[in-house]
Each structure stands twice: as C-alpha cells, then as structure tokens.
Design a protein around this ligand. Sequence first.
Ligand SMILES: NC(=O)c1ccc[n+]([C@@H]2O[C@H](COP(=O)([O-])OP(=O)(O)OC[C@H]3O[C@@H](n4cnc5c(N)ncnc54)[C@H](OP(=O)(O)O)[C@@H]3O)[C@@H](O)[C@H]2O)c1
Length: 373
Amino acid sequence: MSFSQKYHQLPTFDKDAGDHESLQRKDPRKRRSPFLVIAIIMFLGASIPCMRMARSRAFLSACNGPQRNSSTLANLPSHYTLPSGDKIPSVALGVWQASQGEVGNAVKTALSTGYRHIDGAWIYRNEEEVGQALKASSVPREELWLTSKLWNTFHAPEDIEAALDQSLTKLGTDYLDLYLIHWPVAFKEGTTVLDEDLTADPYPTWQKLEELVDRGKIRNIGISNFNIRRIQNLTANNLKYQPAVNQVELNFWNPQPELLQWSKENGLLLEAYSPLGSDKQVGKSLSVPEVKDIACKLGITPAQVIISWSVQRGTIVLPKSVTPSRIAENLAVFELPQEDFERLETAATSHTPQRVVNPSAGWKLPFDVFDGQ
Ligand SMILES: NC(=O)c1ccc[n+]([C@@H]2O[C@H](COP(=O)([O-])OP(=O)(O)OC[C@H]3O[C@@H](n4cnc5c(N)ncnc54)[C@H](OP(=O)(O)O)[C@@H]3O)[C@@H](O)[C@H]2O)c1
C-alpha cells in the first residue's frame, strides 16, 4: 500500500460529528444569495478581531477594585534547555484543529508577533500550509522550533523514516527540532487495528528514532500521552537518548500534579497541551472565578493567567488560536505573584480531574490509554 493510500485510511478524532449533522439539516430552499454571504463573511472577517480585542479590554474594564499595571509583573522563562543542550521556547502556537485556509495566516501572525515555536503533527493534515507560511516568513530556520509527531500507523521501524520525510517535505525543512511518538498506541500498517506488540513495547520504534537523530534528521525525540507506567516501560531499556519531553494534557480541569512532580524528579520536561481546555472547555476555563479574580487584580486577561500559570508550573505551553488578537495575547506570559499562583494551583487540583482528550473509546481500544497513571 502506498503512503498516500495509508494517509486516507487514517482514523481521526478531531471531527465534530455534531457540526456535520447540523450542516446537513439546513433547508436548501433557505439558501442566501452568494453576494450576501460574501458580504457577511467580509464584514465578520474585518470586525471579529476588533470585537475580540475590545472584549479583552472590556473584561479588564469590568473588573472591580484596584488593578495592577501588568508592566510591573516579572517575566517568565522564555526557554527551557533540553538534555541535548537545545533551547526550546516555552510558549508555542498549537495548530491542531487549525483548518486549511486559516492555519497559514495563524502561523504568519504568530511569527510576526514573536512566536518561534510551532507545535504540529502529521495527523493534523495541515503541515503543507504551515510549511508555506514558514517559507513566506523571513524568520531564519535556525531561529525556529518545529515539532511534529509520528502517527500511530507508522510505529513499525521500517515505516518511520517515510512518515518523517513526509512531514519534512511538507514543512519545507530538512530537520525537525523535536519529533514525538504521538500516542503510546501502535496500529498495524494502514489500519486501525491495534499492533499489540509495538504498543506493549515501543523500544523498536524508539531505536529507529534514535538512529534518525544520529543521521541529523531530528534534533530531539520525545513522547506524548505517556503515563508514568508507560514511560518506565520505555526507559527500562538501554536508551541512547532519553525522551526530551512528554507532551500531555495539562489544564485547569486536568492539572496532573502527580505526573508533574514525578517528571520534575526524573528530569523530564512536560509540554501542556489543550492548556485552555481545548475548544470544548475554553469558555468554562476562562470563567473560573479564581482565574477571573487573578486576571482582574493583575490587569491581564484570563487566558494570560492560565498560560502564565502553565509556564510557572515549569512546563512548556501550547495554546492554539487562529485569531490574531488571541495569538498575540497568548504569547504575553507573566510571573504570577506566589499567592496567586498557589491559589490557582489549589483550585485546579481540588476538584475531580476531568480529561478533555481521550480517544480510547473512539479507537475501540480494549483498554483506556491513560489507565494506571
Ligand atoms: N499530543 C497530543 O495528543 C495533543 C492533543 C491535543 C492538543 N495538542 C496540541 O496542543 C495544542 C493546543 O490544544 P487545543 O488546540 O486542544 O486547545 P487549547 O489551546 O486549550 O484551546 C484552543 C481553543 O481556545 C480558543 N482560544 C485560544 N486562545 C484564546 C484566548 N486568548 N481567548 C479565548 N479563546 C481562546 C481557540 O479559539 P480560536 O482558534 O478560534 O481563536 C480554540 O477554540 C494543539 O493545537 C496541539 O498543538 C496535542
């Protein structure tokens, strides 16, 4: 089976079936004139960023009580140093669910705003547009940090290099700064059938990634969605390179304090995905009373409180946005005063954890991928 055939057979967990259904239910007799639709789209395109900017100003003006000037807040680390010695920027633009036609503009906006770290993946199906946006920018390659991820279908050592080459070609680069095993779940070639051997023992996959580091196609290798048991299962082998990072869900609803503590004790840097609770929970995250109170007090926005808290916890943070004003907002991180940091940490770790992303049921796995954490 050719590589492109495999591509089209892949499962995906990022489609919202509800959206498709509601589109199909629309009455075709009620179609609007195409000119009216274009005019509405142009109007919204021009006004939504302004409305959002106005909304974050409106948020701050609705705050009661004294407000600190955010320029008096200290900065947080802009980079972490990996075992390789490479410096990885602490805030990235995430591009999952950034669709075709919008992801390129998001990347261009991010680069012009000062982002240098893009968190992508083969399965996001947008690496080509990301690559075009990178090419159109004047940022030299050595100033960029590009992450991609090896999809579940390509864990067999003989499939890995071709998958990596696809990402490299689409991104328009000859090396990745970081390549992650996207999930600790391997599917048999071109199927969604579980490869039990490679899932139980990812060492053959890891050894191939180590070889690709030695050949200069990848600078750092890491893992994603691995719990402690699965990390230990991998690192029990005689690894040439330890995982540089573990990219996992970390947000107000699922702050994983035990995994964070264990990772710090074991020198493994975490990357916080879905930091705002993803598209499904972002509204709820930004309305958490502690988040809003701290934002008001410090004169910053609720999203900035959550993103700052993530970096202050000692993690990399990967907020996704395709909205120019939010892209800029999300890069501005500040050190929260210790009492505010602790208040938010306590609030986040005092409720029953709730995961936003868990594809186990969708993939019909005979286990929960996060079990035993
Ligand atoms: N390794 C993995 O398995 C995995 C899984 C999930 C995610 N990730 C990575 O983590 C990244 C982020 O996760 P995510 O995309 O799930 O969710 P997220 O960053 O927590 O939330 C994204 C949502 O928040 C909105 N948003 C962003 N900034 C905002 C702001 N300042 N104010 C209000 N709303 C805001 C975005 O809307 P707009 O875009 O419309 O502005 C979007 O709806 C992904 O893009 C991906 O790179 C990795």
